[in-house]
Design a protein around this ligand. Sequence first.
Ligand SMILES: *Cc1c(COP(=O)(O)O)cnc(C)c1O
Length: 376
Amino acid sequence: MNVKFVDLESTHAEVEERLLERVTQSISENVFIGGCEVEQFEERWAKFCGVDHAIGVANGTDALVLGLRALGIGVGDEVIVPANTFIATAEAVALAGASPRFVDVDDATLLTDASLVEAAITSRTAAVIVVHLYGQVCDMAAMSAVAQRHGIALIEDACQAHGAAWSGRKAGSFGDFAAFSFYPGKNLGALGDGGAVVTGDKQLADRIRSLGNHGRGAPMGMNLVATNSRLDGLQAAALNVKLDHLDRWNAQRRVIAARYTDELQGAMGIRVTDQRAESHSVHHLFVVRVRSRDKVREKLATAGIQTGVHYDIACHLHPAFEQYASDGSLPVSEQAAEQVLSLPMHPHLSTSEVIAVSTAVRDIVSAYSGDDGDEH
Ligand SMILES: *Cc1c(COP(=O)(O)O)cnc(C)c1O
């Protein structure tokens, strides 16, 4: 057996001709920074997310940093961040000059939890970044209410949630702004790094665009040091081609996730991450929790099944973030770091592969079910 975790070859095989056409055209037209591919993509991405403005930037981390800075968040401010996320969420807060304050996540979904966020708000809190992790959208009704009640900014890290929705409304359309990454392995991936900020606020959009382009076109009164963070023309060309297929690829991921759930829900020693009824997930990752995770992973690798771990350290325990506050231990995030296992997930995974992976996971986990979960 040889089951890949992500299969970009199959994805690109579907669009190769169009990709080469658009890239060749961009080269012949000499549009590398800005230009019609970037403009077209920004317009289409805003529309796709159901917002008025999208600004292409260099990557998802920059999307968060630029948005935070454009909101005026920086030194002296605290930004609430879930401990169970990709480290980039926290990096962005620190890079903007603010302090991340880590909170635990909901045990069933492993997502940012509105009541835990509310409990962590202090007089220094300027914003919360909710993370639509694994492709599932957080409870945005509850989250919007908390942000409004306390007058703090609501930011969405939608870097794993391209096309996901909560009660029919798209991820990225709830917050003051949202950040997307087009890292190649994301549901919508470029041929290198790329990212976007989306927002309904024209003034904020203008500030972000200027901040990522050396201050060009700075709105009146903007006195921030800008930087260079732009989406390349060639990357925008690739994204324009791939965006035509995103809904179909997401639908394929949904079928695969449903099959995994059928196969694994209730199996001994395996905890499938819960899905909320209101959440229309795009299943960037299919995450289960198992004990003896590293041993299970090794056995799966030996059987020819690639897996991932997202993520093996809770952010508040990361050496780079020791200096920042969290309210003591964050047990759900800490246990998740030890137990999460991401199974192969990409639009081109076949049903027989899903069944074979599920069977292998069930067999291997049940062989360890007597274990105490220690990793030796
Ligand atoms: C990928 C990702 C990012 C950062 O995106 P880059 O494009 O790699 O900078 C941020 N947050 C989450 C949750 C991500 O998955």
